[in-house]
Every structure is written in structure tokens, then in C-alpha cells.
Design a binder for this molecule. Structure first.
Ligand code: GLN
Length: 289
């Protein structure tokens, strides 16, 4: 038999972070995540039975090999929502909550807004917006059919409405689609040869990398935005810690106004957005004029 204290010592000996080990042990013991740490501290001498011990060991080995805790648990909390996640989708990051908060501020000016999330993955951003703004009409796009399935099943489980479209960025939208009031995206933005990718080996490449400088997806989103934005609509993008100036320049060149950036929890400018000018006709309108 193994005690709780011994099991955690075993995790430490394997080099698994103590907090991760506590989450995994709580899972094996069937404890709720919130009370788990206090419970584990107070139950050092409680025993794990053999199946629990084996399950814990197997989880430790997978964690040690770099699998994110969120995949091992099959869930991740984001902006107060518990989302189901797996290897088909990027693990939602707390930094992305900055994008959600900004989007909710922007939406204050609109009633029944039309919202689009490009590259939705688990649906994290879209679902947080759908919960924050029950009057919003939220569409999500993903190139990966399996990611889209994860987003839509999260929506069903949480009782939130999403409309899902499979395809590449704007091309996923059907012809004649009405313009949006807000478009958000946490696209792939890591450069293809970034050494940091070694730490992200278990997450889908499609959700992470985008060309030699990491900006291909962001360029495509900004370049294609005009016909899909209502006058005064906002486009808000998450990007790499050193890409804010480049993304601001791309937005200004495309005609966006009020271009600004917001910082993540580490103080890096992580999100950049702009407003589509009220006086300027969208590209599709100017072509037909
Ligand atoms: N923020 C993630 C990371 O750098 C990457 C997410 C993304 O490419 N959209 O770990």
C-alpha cells in the first residue's frame, strides 16, 4: 500500500511539478479540484489502493513525457467555464482571457451582436463570449473537423449556442453571410522553427505554427476581414509576445482605426485589435460601386 505522502514523493522523484502531481492524484482519488490541495495536505497518511496507485503512476509517466495536465484530466477551466479538451485542440491559456475581457468590453455598445471566432479550437473564447452575452449570435470556424466537434460538444454540455463552420478562416463562411460586429481569433502564431515548440509537442501543430515568422494566419485574417465587418466592428487578435508592433502595422495598413494592444498576465502585449471605420465602405462594397 502507498500513502498520499509517498505517492507525492514518488511524483517529486520523477521530477513532476508538485501542483501537477496534486491535480493528478486528486483525479485518481475522485476528489474535486478545488478542495483537493487542502484535502491532500490533511490526509498524508491515507492509503491509495493498488489500482489507484497504478493509475497515478501511469499519469505521472505521461506528464513526465510532456503531456499537458489538461489532456491527462480531459478538461481545463477557462474564464470560469469548465471545458473538455483533448489532443485535437490547443489547451486554453489563462492569457487568452485578456482577449475575452476586451471583447466583452467592445460588445457593450451592441445589442444582439453577431460574433465570429476564427480558429476556435475547444471553443474557449466563443463559449466565454456566449455566456457573457446571451443575446449574441456566435459563429465558430475551425479548419479541423475534430476541433470543431470538441467546440460544439462543449457548447452542448454547457448549454450555450454556437454555430460551427468547418474551413480555412473566412473561406468557411457561406456566400451572402451578413457582416459581423466582432471577430476574435487566437490563431496559430509561432514561427515554424521556434525552439519553444519542443515544449508544445503534444498540442496540434495546426493550432500553433504559421509560416516562417508566425504571422501567416494573422496576415490572412486581416487581409480578408473587410467584407465581413460591419461599420464600427472590431477585430481582436491574440499573437506572440513580440508581435504587437507587426500586428498593429498590419491592421493600420488594412484601414483599421483605434488600433491598440493589451497585455497578458506576464505583462507582454499579447492581444491587438482595431475598429473597422464607420465612414469607410468595406472592400466588397467599394468594388461593386
Ligand atoms: N500561447 C501559446 C504558446 O505560446 C500559443 C498559442 C497559439 O499559437 N495561438 O504557448
Amino acid at each position: 500500500m502507498t500513502t498520499v505522502a509517498q505517492a507525492l514523493q514518488e511524483a517529486a522523484a520523477l521530477g513532476v511539478d508538485r501542483f501537477d502531481a496534486q491535480l493528478l492524484l486528486a483525479e485518481v482519488l475522485g476528489l474535486g479540484e478545488r478542495e483537493a490541495r487542502a484535502w491532500l495536505r490533511a490526509h498524508d497518511t491515507d492509503l491509495l489502493d493498488e489500482p489507484q496507485r497504478q493509475r497515478f503512476r501511469a499519469l505521472l509517466q505521461r506528464r513526465r513525457a510532456g503531456e499537458p495536465v489538461a489532456y491527462l484530466l480531459g478538461r481545463k477551466e477557462f474564464h470560469g467555464l469548465m471545458l473538455q479538451v483533448g489532443p485535437d485542440v490547443l489547451v486554453p491559456r489563462p492569457d487568452t482571457e485578456v482577449l475575452v475581457d476586451w471583447a466583452l468590453e467592445v460588445l457593450k455598445g451592441w445589442s444582439a451582436p453577431r460574433v465570429l471566432d476564427l480558429g476556435t479550437g475547444s471553443g474557449a473564447i466563443a463559449l466565454a463570449l456566449a455566456r457573457g452575452r446571451p443575446d449574441a449570435d456566435v459563429t465558430v470556424v475551425d479548419l479541423s473537423p475534430r476541433a470543431l466537434q470538441v467546440a460544439l460538444s462543449n457548447a452542448t454540455r454547457l448549454g450555450l449556442a454556437l454555430r460551427g463552420l468547418q474551413g480555412s478562416w473566412w473561406q468557411a463562411l457561406p456566400g451572402g453571410e451578413a457582416p459581423f460586429d466582432l471577430v476574435v481569433s487566437n490563431p496559430p502564431y509561432i514561427a515554424e522553427d521556434d525552439p519553444h515548440l519542443a515544449d508544445l509537442a503534444h498540442e496540434p501543430r495546426l493550432a500553433l505554427t504559421s509560416g516562417p515568422d508566425g504571422l501567416d494566419a494573422i496576415r490572412a485574417i486581416i487581409a480578408g476581414a473587410a467584407p465581413h465587418l460591419r461599420a464600427g466592428a472590431w477585430l481582436l487578435l491574440e499573437h506572440g509576445h513580440d508581435q504587437a508592433d507587426a500586428v498593429q502595422a498590419l491592421l493600420r495598413q488594412a484601414g483599421f482605426e483605434a488600433v491598440d494592444s493589451r497585455c497578458d498576465l506576464a505583462g507582454h502585449r499579447r492581444c491587438t485589435g482595431g475598429a473597422w471605420p464607420a465612414h469607410r465602405p468595406a472592400a466588397s462594397e467599394s468594388r461593386s460601386a
